[in-house]
Design a protein around this ligand. Structure first.
Ligand SMILES: [Zn+2]
Length: 111
């Protein structure tokens, strides 16, 4: 049920969508998974696919797309940097409004 491969290492050009997977089971249940990263220390992270949404069924592809969009805009999983505008997984945000890249380059943050 978990996708085989996690996203490749972080590349700013990659879309946040790469961190979201919609999985359908044989009985029609739909699960939206998000690849989350938690920082145990500044240099040690643990990443895993977690269930963000689950539906017993979906009626259309539009509904599936809407469910993925909902997850992409869920602040529990993603944030948008107020400086560079990148839409990032929460694990790559320094705070709710600042990405790690901007924190490092513009705010003197040292990890
Ligand atoms: Zn930024």
């Amino acid at each position: 049920m978990t996708p085989d491969h996690p996203p490749a290492s972080r590349d700013p050009a990659r879309s946040a969508e790469e961190f979201v997977r919609l999985v359908r089971t044989r009985d029609g249940e739909v699960t939206v998974l998000v690849y989350t990263t938690k920082w145990l220390t500044p240099y040690t992270s643990r990443s895993q696919w977690v269930v963000a949404r689950r539906r017993s069924s979906l009626d259309s592809e539009a509904e599936a797309r809407a469910l993925v969009e909902e997850v992409l805009h869920d602040p529990a999983f993603f944030g948008t940097c107020g400086e560079c505008g990148d839409h990032n997984p929460r694990g790559w945000m320094h705070s709710a409004i600042l990405c790690q890249g901007c924190a490092l380059t513009g705010h003197g943050v040292v990890y």
